[in-house]
Design a protein around this ligand. Structure first.
Ligand SMILES: Cc1cc2nc3c(=O)[nH]c(=O)nc-3n(C[C@H](O)[C@H](O)[C@H](O)COP(=O)(O)OP(=O)(O)OC[C@H]3O[C@@H](n4cnc5c(N)ncnc54)[C@H](O)[C@@H]3O)c2cc1C
Length: 444
């Protein structure tokens, strides 16, 4: 029997790709470093919950997993902005009824995708870290077991062992640009049997140089995440300066008092939850000839501020499957072309989302509370309400499959137009909306 397609990593991208491949009749075997989270308590690692958007749903559609995921996906219709006094205001994500994003629990999603992959016929192996690859012999060693592969796909995350093995054979010149900000997660427990805040929103406490956000969970808790400079920043607040729990409490009491009131065991959580690192991985080559390919975070990890890392990884799976279908011949799949094409098509787009993710940090922590930004945002939503031809950049990224590189390019032109239309204005009713719609239509 010929060797299977072997996937290193049964995280989000690895398990989804396994399901998609198995459903198309491929022999696929997945090897995961950690235990089986469906049977034992496995540390989720980081980010308890994630924002799922259209690109992610498309990946799930291709694995017939939409209904299963809908059962635990919580809709979020907009950003709920909290000011220092605790006042809240909702900024909707879009103008159409389906322009909403979903909060999904990382653990539940991963377990669901493992079930889907297994039911589709994928072989799953746990406690099996990739430790060595012999590319010439097409064998990979997981823990102590050498397994043959037709091709080896690395879905083993930002610290990819496959990337390290490829690097050892032929340098990739990859580099990770770490952000000088990190994050800490804190749980907001339910209030009795209810959510402590509106569950249909992504909550943001924008404070200029840093921010707190919170996404709802199916158990009616929220996971709040503080994003803050690691060391001294422009405005002085940073993780290093918060020397102990009392200082953390004082910082929260000043900046996020309404959130602090909802975090019952703040002192314990603050002192036991780690500060996570954030960065952007630039890896100039994702393939090793026709033998191996990196996908998801292993290829292009990004900062989380557009909520697109997983969505982009799921889009990788769709792009790869489509390319395999296009290049399947009588003697099998032309892997060399598939991998080359994957690189050509995906790279401009992953670079674009990496840039937009960094830009969105400024938008979330700062711009959302800036009146000039709010005016531009109200204007573009008003334009989008009046003409289907105009889709704000945010909607293109979150609610469509428009290639990221096109969304970035269109977004730059949209921004210039909005800046021109709102120059010297402070209210929407001072702007000639018909002229704005005409300008927007002319942009497309
Ligand atoms: C704070 C934070 C918030 C985020 N929020 C969002 C969001 O809202 N929306 C969104 O779309 N994305 C978000 N992301 C990004 C998202 O988490 C990642 O993009 C996504 O998890 C990538 O999936 P992956 O399968 O490529 O990698 P991972 O999810 O990291 O999975 C890799 C898997 O490989 C396994 N593995 C590692 N090494 C080996 C080895 N040697 N051998 C075998 N297996 C191995 C790991 O155990 C793991 O199961 C966020 C990230 C962070 C840090």
């Amino acid at each position: 029997m010929s060797a299977p397609i072997v996937i290193a990593g049964a995280g989000l991208a690895g398990s989804l790709l396994a399901a998609q491949l198995a459903l198309r009749g491929e022999r696929v075997a997945v090897y995961e470093k950690r235990g089986d989270s469906r049977r034992e308590e496995v540390a989720a690692g980081r980010s308890i919950n994630l924002a799922l958007a259209e690109r992610g749903w498309e990946g799930l559609r291709r694995a017939n997993a939409v209904e299963a995921v809908r059962r635990f996906a919580l809709p979020m219709r907009g950003r709920m902005i909290h000011d220092r006094a605790g006042a809240q205001s909702l900024q909707p994500y879009g103008v159409r009824s389906d322009e909403i994003i979903y909060s999904v629990h990382r653990g539940h999603l991963n377990q669901c995708l493992l079930d889907v992959a297994q039911a589709a016929g994928a072989e799953l192996h746990f406690d099996a870290p990739l430790v060595r690859v012999d590319f010439d012999a097409r064998t990979a060693t997981f823990a102590h077991r050498a397994v043959p592969f037709a091709v080896l796909i690395g879905a083993d995350g930002a610290g990819s062992a496959l990337r390290a093995a490829m690097n050892a054979e032929a340098p990739l010149a990859d580099r990770t640009e770490f952000l000088d900000h990190g994050y800490k997660e804190l749980r907001i427990a339910p209030k009795g049997d209810k959510f402590a805040m509106d569950p249909e929103a992504l909550h943001i406490w924008p404070r200029g140089g840093y921010m707190l956000i919170a996404l709802p969970n199916p158990d009616r808790s929220f996971t709040a995440t503080l994003f803050l400079a690691n060391g001294p920043g422009a405005d002085g607040a940073n993780f290093a300066a918060i020397s102990d729990v009392a200082a953390a409490r004082a910082f929260f009491a000043r900046e996020f008092a309404d959130a602090l009131a909802l975090i019952e065991d703040f002192d314990t959580q603050w002192s036991t939850h780690p500060v996570g690192l954030l960065g952007t991985l630039h890896c100039p080559r994702w393939n090793h000839g026709d033998r191996a390919l990196l996908i998801g975070d292993a290829a292009h990890a990004i900062v989380p501020f557009h909520g697109q890392g997983m969505n982009c990884a799921f889009e990788d799976c769709v792009a790869l499957i489509d390319s395999i279908e296009r290049h399947r011949g009588e003697v099998g799949v032309d892997w060399s072309t598939v991998f080359g094409q994957f690189d050509d098509e995906r790279r401009p787009n992953t670079e674009a989302i990496a840039q937009m993710a960094l830009e969105n940090y400024i938008e979330m922590r700062d711009s959302v509370s800036d009146p000039a930004y709010q005016l531009r945002r109200s204007l573009e939503l008003e334009i989008a309400r009046r003409t289907e031809l105009y889709r704000p950049r945010y909607a293109q990224v979150m609610f469509s499959s428009v290639p990221y590189a096109i969304a970035l390019e269109r977004g730059q032109r949209q921004r210039e137009m909005l800046l021109a239309l709102t120059a010297g204005k402070s209210r929407l009713d001072e702007i000639d909306i018909d002229a704005a719609v005409a300008a927007a239509n002319a942009l497309q």
